[in-house]
Ligand binder design. Structure first.
Ligand code: FE
Length: 218
């Protein structure tokens, strides 16, 4: 008869856990499998939903909104006053756009968005949230050391630029309106929208003058 060896059990336990995906991913997978098994969810619908939010909606819709704000001062004012109504005006209302607030960068203000509690995000216009946005490290450090986080994303701010950190909730989600790059006078909205990165609308990218690959981190 074999004897119980707590150390060996601990070792096996640790080994098993070290080869498993992160716990939330497992939980989601288990939930999806159960819903599919019970006939409550069609796996094709889940794939279509993910494709829509990664390819069709985000971050293209947000970029269209920013481009319009750059071109149309009246729209920009309406966007900053009531972002939900402004995106609805463009026919872009959708999931999580009802309680949307737009915050604008300027030469002396930089805005950074986080959800310290979980991962609230205006996915109706920005699409799927990047993995780092949902990570505990970003959620904690964005409020504790926003300038340090920004430096890691390649955004070096001088001391005279104030950083405002906005903590999202399910009731209030934020998007950043980045500054329009110099030298884009006369550009149409499609060309301008191509400059707007997803990260710039979260606040982890700032200078869009280098084109659409500038400062991007996936
Ligand atoms: Fe959240």
């Amino acid at each position: 008869m074999s004897s119980f060896d707590p150390q060996k059990i601990t070792k096996i336990h640790r080994h098993l856990h070290s080869h498993l995906p992160p716990e939330p991913a497992l939980r989601v997978k288990a939930m999806e499998s159960l819903l599919v098994e019970k006939g409550l969810v069609n796996p094709d619908a889940v794939d279509a939903w993910i494709e829509a939010y990664t390819e069709d909606i985000g971050p293209k819709r947000g970029a269209q909104v920013v481009a319009r704000a750059w071109l149309d001062a009246d729209f920009r004012a309406r966007l900053l006053n009531d972002a939900g109504a402004a995106v609805a005006e463009m026919g872009l209302q959708g999931q999580a756009t009802g309680h949307l607030k737009a915050v604008e960068n300027s030469c002396d203000v930089h805005n950074l968005v986080v959800c310290t509690l979980c991962s609230c995000y205006p996915f109706g216009i920005l699409g799927m949230a990047p993995a780092w946005y949902k990570a505990a490290e970003y959620r904690a450090r964005a409020v504790r050391d926003p300038r340090g986080v920004l430096t890691e994303f390649g955004v070096d701010l001088s001391d005279d630029v104030a950083v405002k950190v906005w903590d999202s909730t399910a009731e209030l989600r934020y998007m950043v309106v980045p500054e329009r790059p110099a030298g884009t006078e006369g550009w149409d909205s499609d060309a301008l929208a191509k400059l707007v990165t997803r990260n710039s609308m979260i606040g982890t990218d700032r200078d869009l003058s280098g084109g659409e690959t500038n400062g991007r981190r996936s």
